[in-house]
Design a protein around this ligand. Sequence first.
Ligand code: MSP
Length: 520
Amino acid sequence: MFYITTAIDYPNGKPHIGHAYEKVLADVLTRYQRFKGLDAYYLNGVDQHGQKMVKTAEAEGVNVATVAKRNTKGFIKLWEKLDVKYDGWAETTDDQHKACVQAILTDLKDKGALYKKSYAGHYSVRQEQFLTDRDRNEAGEFGPEWGEVMEIEEENWYFKLSEHAEWLKATVESDDLKIIPEFRKTEVLNAAERAGETDLCISRPKDRLSWGIPLPFDPDFVTYVWFDALINYISFAGYKKPEGSTLPDFDTLWPADLQIIGKDILVPAHAIYWPCMLHAMGFEAGEMPTLLVHGFWNIRGDKMSKSLGNIVDPDELADKFGAETLRYYLCRDIRLGKDSDFDIERLVMLFNTELANDLGNLLNRSINMTKGFCNSTISSTATDDPEDIALRENLEKTTAAYRAAMDNCDLSEALQAINNHVTHCNGYLERHKPWEMKKDESKLPRVGEVLSHTAESCAHLALLLRPFLPAATEKIFGQLKKETLIDTKLDDLKWGLLEAGHQTGKPKPVFPRIQVEEKE
Ligand code: MSP
């Protein structure tokens, strides 16, 4: 089973465009695995514990459990609206998750992997972690990214992270802990170098923070939010599940084939703490997840933040432009692992040119002219005209490039491969001008062949686009009157999906142009 997970989001407000991007990315890749004929399982969820949630609740004057529940609903509603489909849903306040975290803690303590000590130092409330001198900036201060920094002295429980440092380095070097894209590996290796220097504080005293999972062996403490949250990837995959539980079978899922996260939580959480935690639990190098690390959506070069008031709301955008328009933009306008600027003008421009104009027209012209000039009937496409051969070859190249890009999780590259064939087909139509040819009756058979080549291409393109735009693909197959083909697998994408004699349907714009309001 191909197992995909995403970071679990803090429901301490409404989901923003960064959250939406990650989930759409996961949804597209999950659908792609199914298109390849694999069984896939996507686990999505929310991270409901920790100080961030408490702060939000305090600011609102509401009980923290109530805030977590209410905001979680907002996330679930957005995933529905964006057609993000998942097979499992992780909520860290769930009893089975709590029991799993506690069982792991007990095991680790029994193995001698945990110890208690007193520590005095600086603590960042925002990042919920102790800081070291390494975290100071060039001026020797803790920068604004740490928020409020307090000096505290307290007893806590520690995980012997440092014991795994050598193993971790070797595991990253050998790609047993695989990191996509490759350029992120250096950052992880540098951090792994330092993993031997400190252990990880995995508890918070209850009198400072009570909103968390109690340590099973020391009730004055709750579990550090990251230690709890990271475990969701296995607890909701059925690790140590109780008898009769409906959670999945752990052995069929683990290790995760793709754990999708943003670059900000690669180091130390996912690339240092998580593999060392797994190793301490008894997982070997070959049982580590693959990390897919995406970049950030920024706003005109700035980070999106509440304080800058530049948060982009995916819910509003989906209402205004349609969920699939947003899905398309999120996949199209960011390169694998890199940052990108979120730009509504580009969203509109890319939709209007690539979907409304290029693909939309290709589809519309193909079906419309097949109806008008060929009685809605597909002709044979087993032709030997050099232009036809070139078109068929281009489609083959497109499909191969799409597959390579998707296997590499590079969605933008895959969409560009699709667009390349759209452009090829539109050029082919322009050169043949079936609307002129049909005036000469003797050329009607050729008109049929030409339009059948572009209609056949539309069927292929719609299937390649299906992981991105499932609703549009359904509409296209409706107009081609080939609904039965919608579940065709990537390996079965052979020329001839539309057989000679097949009757296509009525054209109707699938991608109506977005009308841009004139600026005053
Ligand atoms: N709760 C932790 C993750 C725990 S995983 C065991 C967390 N939550 S978060 O809500 O702050 O972020 C959730 C995901 O959204 C992270 O992968 C993060 O990188 C991603 N993004 C947050 N802002 C983003 C952008 N501006 N752009 C793209 N993704 C961004 O961290």
